[in-house]
Design a protein around this ligand. Structure first.
Ligand SMILES: *Cc1c(COP(=O)(O)O)cnc(C)c1O
Length: 386
């Protein structure tokens, strides 16, 4: 193709997206003194689209830990983990994670997306049979497709369907069940007690992505939904991120020493990339300590979720900080996003292909840092339009 033909080729794809109201672009904003208020186009708006569920991205101790590490270690690690990218801060963070989950070992990755798209291909080969929830996060899906494994999708959170599929699977195959814990768009979650018993019954291994469970669920250690269901020790590999409730950046995986040693040696996304900067590692480490020692943030988040539920219509009720409000079509979703923005409320419209066709929604995320009046004002705005 010549230059024009090539550009036309890509332009056509953009035009198709635009026609269907699926075109995306980045909106930049400025921070303000209130961590839940951002300035968009010169106008302050309440942020209901951030995953900073506990407000830790602006926690003074977390920020201070990052600043201290930045001053001591500099801006970057300057190499990959197996060369000189592992500092004593990294080792301390990995030990802290393993202890948090009561597992033998843990490994830190630069991002959650990168962890999933590189760990799954390291674990699975063409003879592996994977059972995946139909609504799993894109990074899990991309990891599976890159791995060349055989996979079957079960209906969302449907443990009966999962069992039907497991029943039909050959006995001696390497089998894994892969799922989000709290689903990133729907805010719901599977019954992990049932899932883990099925895994045991049919001899399958489990890989759970706790991106939205970490810091939000769990009675004692707030380590996620596996802890909430009391199944942490039954799950083979727990993956989590620092980028949501922990307010930082990066991801981790925790499990047995053998599995972690295997990943250190075979996971290309761990081996061939520059390690996270020390300031980020130090912030992540401090954020876990805050979660472990200061339950007030999680308690406040749940007070806010309860406040939301008390005042909301039944179909808006939340089981987690994530509340999807289904909208009939993409155009109305964008119009509602704009109408809320005009009222000073930043709620992002999520459209296909991020969600399946027909599941376009306004995705609201609640945080411990929202005030009661901010939450009520969003509800009033939603209730005054259909
Ligand atoms: C956000 C998210 C990821 C990706 O994590 P990043 O650190 O943002 O790359 C992975 N899995 C799930 C379920 C997520 O919600």
């Amino acid at each position: 193709m010549n230059q024009t033909e090539t550009e036309n080729h890509y332009q056509k794809a953009l035009d198709e997206r635009k026609e269907r109201d699926h075109l995306r672009h980045c909106v930049s904003h400025l921070p303000t003194d209130d961590s839940m208020i951002i300035e968009v186009n010169g106008k302050p708006v309440v942020n209901f689209s951030s995953n900073d569920y506990l407000g830790l991205s602006r926690h003074p101790e977390v920020m201070q830990a990052g600043i201290k590490a930045l001053e001591e270690y500099g801006t970057g690690t300057n190499s990959s983990r197996l060369i000189t990218g592992t500092t004593t801060l990294t080792t301390a963070l990995e030990e802290k994670i393993a202890n948090w989950y009561n597992k033998e070992s843990a490994l830190v990755f630069p991002s959650g997306y990168q962890a999933n798209i590189s760990i799954l291909p390291a674990l699975f080969d063409k003879d592996t049979l994977v059972f995946a929830d139909r609504l799993n996060h894109a990074s899990l899906l991309d990891g599976m497709t890159t791995s060349h494994c055989k996979w079957q999708r079960y209906n969302h959170c449907d443990m009966n369907h999962l069992e039907d599929l497991l029943k039909k699977a050959p006995k001696h195959t390497n089998k894994w069940i892969v799922t989000d814990s709290v689903f990133s768009m729907d805010g719901d979650f599977p019954d992990f007690s049932a899932l883990v018993s099925l895994a045991k019954k049919y001899n399958a291994k489990t890989y759970i992505d706790e991106a939205h469970g970490v810091g939000v669920f769990g009675n004692r250690a707030s380590s996620g939904l596996c802890e909430h269901f009391g199944v942490t020790q039954d799950v083979d590999l727990i993956m989590g991120t620092f980028s949501k409730a922990l307010g930082g950046s990066g991801a981790f995986i925790t499990g047995s020493q053998i599995m972690i040693d295997y990943l250190i040696n075979f996971c290309r996304g761990f081996i061939y990339t520059t390690a996270l900067p020390p300031s980020v590692i130090a912030g992540n480490l401090k954020a876990i300590e805050v979660v472990q020692n200061s339950p007030q943030y999680k308690n406040k988040l749940w007070e806010n979720i309860n406040l939301w539920n008390q005042h909301s219509q039944e179909d808006f009720s939340a089981q987690s900080p994530i509340v999807p409000i289904l909208i009939v079509d993409d155009k109305s979703a964008l119009q509602k996003q704009q109408a809320l923005l005009n009222e000073g409320l930043w709620v992002h419209a999520i459209r296909p292909p991020t969600v399946p066709e027909g599941k376009q929604c306004l995705r609201i995320s609640l945080s411990s840092s929202h005030s009661d009046s901010q939450i009520i004002s969003l509800q009033n705005a939603l209730n005054t339009r259909d």
